[in-house]
Design a protein around this ligand. Structure first.
Ligand SMILES: O=C(O)CCC(=O)C1=CC=C[C@@H](O)[C@@H]1C(=O)O
Ligand SMILES: [Mg+2]
Length: 358
């Protein structure tokens, strides 16, 4: 099938979407998300992908992504979906966010042609719903009312950015908020590499006993030996996320030093690489969480399809649509703390009409 699907037109459309409120983290923040909607058309169908580079999260710079996408605009027309996927496998478009976007557009086309939702192309036993965590932003802005609201919405795991203020202030805030965390809720912390090792040890010791679900990227220098020592000290999984950028396909996952990895397909270079990594992690006894990069619905849909295909029942980091004040299309439907994926063939993404058609 994929060798018969010929790409007639291939184009990219830049986008620039405002957020409802600023995104803050120890690696800086942003108020808008910029990227490119990738559209690959065959005779009768269009496949979509989203390229929204975010170097702080481990992708290439936007300039590199754009040049890879422009190259694809020149090379894709006239080639088959199978040929393009083969080119990606052989090192074409080596930068991860561009590669992810191109692959999404191709797999969207392929799954539409096969008449199956994208997740079933990735794994025949993929689930139809994806558990997700709530995202409450930086600890500094969090109130007890935010926790209640998230609990009412159905979230049992909520993510907080830490490492944004100095450790004593954040420890003070955590201890003050702890009594207001609903009994069945746990906190997923993300320090985005803010701390030195000794500092991280002190912080973990002071937070002992709090309802913490996990902690992403505690260390400025993600040295596996130190991460392992910290993991032994923590009463919850530590996770590696942006420090996985550049991980090779044959890397020993047992040597990462942590119990969990966060897989962003725009960082690891596509849905198939991400799925392969998740399977290798499962074999190595490492937990997997799939997250996006706060991109448009065009990227969120295929990333949710990927999460559904991994078999990981942990809440995934995909409840980001609400952070955007505008979007390119309708995002996957969030019901309580689950995304419900439709049975429609393809990724599920349909764009709103182009405000500036050619
Ligand atoms: O994990 C989530 O719930 C949402 C995604 C998310 O937190 C991130 C996306 C993009 C950049 C980062 O600041 C951040 C992360 O580090 O995990
Ligand atoms: Mg993270």
């Amino acid at each position: 099938m994929m060798d018969r699907l010929r790409i007639d037109r291939f184009r990219i459309r830049p986008y620039d979407l405002p957020l409802r409120r600023d995104w803050r983290s120890a690696r800086g923040g942003f108020e808008r998300r910029r990227g490119w909607l990738v559209c690959a058309a065959t005779d009768g169908a269009i496949g979509f992908g989203d390229c929204a580079p975010i170097p702080a999260a481990g992708t290439e710079a936007p300039e590199s992504a754009e040049s890879a996408l422009l190259n694809a605009c020149a090379r894709a027309p006239g080639r088959s979906v199978g040929e393009m996927l083969g080119m990606l496998d052989n090192g074409y478009a080596p930068t991860p966010a561009a590669r992810f976007a191109l692959e999404c557009a191709l797999l969207d086309l392929l799954s539409q042609a096969e008449g199956v939702p994208l997740r079933r192309l990735l794994a025949h036993d993929a689930s139809d719903t994806v558990p997700v965590n709530g995202i409450l932003g930086a600890l500094a802005t969090l109130t007890a009312a935010d926790l209640d609201q998230a609990a009412e919405a159905g979230f049992r795991v909520v993510k907080l950015k830490v490492g944004v203020e100095d450790p004593p202030s954040e420890i003070g805030r955590m201890l003050a908020l702890a009594p207001f965390v609903p009994a069945d809720m746990r906190l997923r912390l993300d320090a985005n590499g803010a701390w030195g090792y000794d500092e991280a040890c002190r912080i973990l010791d002071q937070l002992a006993g709090l309802p913490i679900e996990s902690l992403e990227e505690p260390l400025r220098i993600p040295d596996p030996t130190r991460l392992h020592a910290l993991q032994e000290r923590a009463g919850f999984p530590l996770a590696r996320d942006e420090s996985l950028a550049g991980l090779t396909a044959d890397a020993d996952l047992g040597g990462l030093g942590v119990k969990r990895i966060v897989i962003k397909p725009a960082v690891v270079g596509g849905l198939r690489s991400a799925l392969d990594l998740s399977r290798r992690a499962a074999t190595a006894g490492i937990e997997v969480v799939v997250t996006g990069v706060v991109e448009s619905a065009a990227g969120l849909w295929p990333t949710a399809q990927l999460a559904a295909s991994t078999g990981s029942a942990l809440p995934h980091g995909l409840a980001t649509a609400d952070w955007l004040a505008e979007d390119l299309g309708v995002a996957p439907c969030l019901t309580g703390a689950h995304l419900s994926l439709s049975d429609r063939p393809g990724s599920g993404f349909t764009p709103h009409p182009d405000p500036n058609p050619e």
